[in-house]
Ligand binder design. Structure first.
Ligand code: ZN
Length: 241
């Protein structure tokens, strides 16, 4: 089985189209989506509709829940709030309903899929440190846990000795180790690289690789300006910050 894993599209249709077309050439069996279809970007409806066509599994992220009024947004910064209010206003009813069917967590073979962390997925914790990783490794049984949310791709390996190691782009997945893998963000990368990110997980070869693909950032930015979305959100796409 060979999966493409995508996350954090955030209404960026240009990035999503480019990633899905790259994925076509990867000969994957299924596409898995880890949440945040909407929020920040200018085309939430189009992204939901395209994800629906292309993905086997679709999870909810904190921005999806915020757009549905299902989560507390008091911790959102002012630009995120402004963008989510804009999203609520433009979201079509049928897409809102469909978004409401996305689960927070899914188990698939030896995989656990979740937007934020295995620990209290509905609390939207971030996983940044080895300490965070260690806490979470204790909270799931599966071989590999796939996450998004921070928009920063990383592969964290837990060796049988308990030692944690980080790999950046690619790893051979050992059967005696366990993994937490952040697949990065399609629509708003924040690791200093503005290219859209996604992952290819090959369960037969037991490999994971984080891929980056260029898309027309200026086209998304133009649409954001037309929509009146905050300038800060428009600018950050150029820098991947
Ligand atoms: Zn996100």
């Amino acid at each position: 089985m060979r999966y493409a894993v995508i996350s954090d599209v955030h209404g960026n249709l240009e990035a999503l189209k480019k990633v899905l077309s790259e994925i076509k050439s990867e000969a994957v069996d299924e596409v898995l989506f880890l949440g945040d279809a909407v929020g920040y970007g200018p085309e939430p409806n189009e992204c939901i509709e395209l994800l629906k066509k292309g993905c086997r599994i679709m999870l909810a992220g904190n921005h999806d829940w915020a757009a549905l009024g299902l989560t507390d947004v008091s911790y959102f910064n002012s630009v995120a709030l402004e963008a989510i209010q804009w999203t609520i206003d433009v979201l079509k009813d049928k897409n809102r309903k469909f978004l409401g069917t996305f689960p927070l967590l899914k188990r698939l073979d030896k995989l656990l899929l979740v937007h934020s962390t295995p620990k209290q997925p509905e609390q939207w914790h971030y996983l940044f440190t080895y300490r965070d990783a260690e806490v979470n490794f204790q909270l799931f049984e599966e071989w590999v846990c796939l996450i998004g949310h921070s928009h920063q791709p990383v592969i964290i390996e837990r060796l049988p000795s308990g030692e944690l190691i980080t790999c950046k782009d690619e790893a051979y997945l050992r059967h005696d180790a366990r993994y937490i893998i952040n697949v990065g963000s399609v629509g708003q990368p924040r690791d200093g690289n503005p290219k859209a990110a996604y992952a290819v997980l090959d369960l037969d070869k037991t490999t994971i690789s984080i891929k980056r693909v260029e898309y027309e950032i200026s086209l998304t930015q133009e649409k954001m300006r037309k929509a009146g979305l905050p300038e800060y959100l428009i600018e950050r796409l150029s820098y991947g910050r």
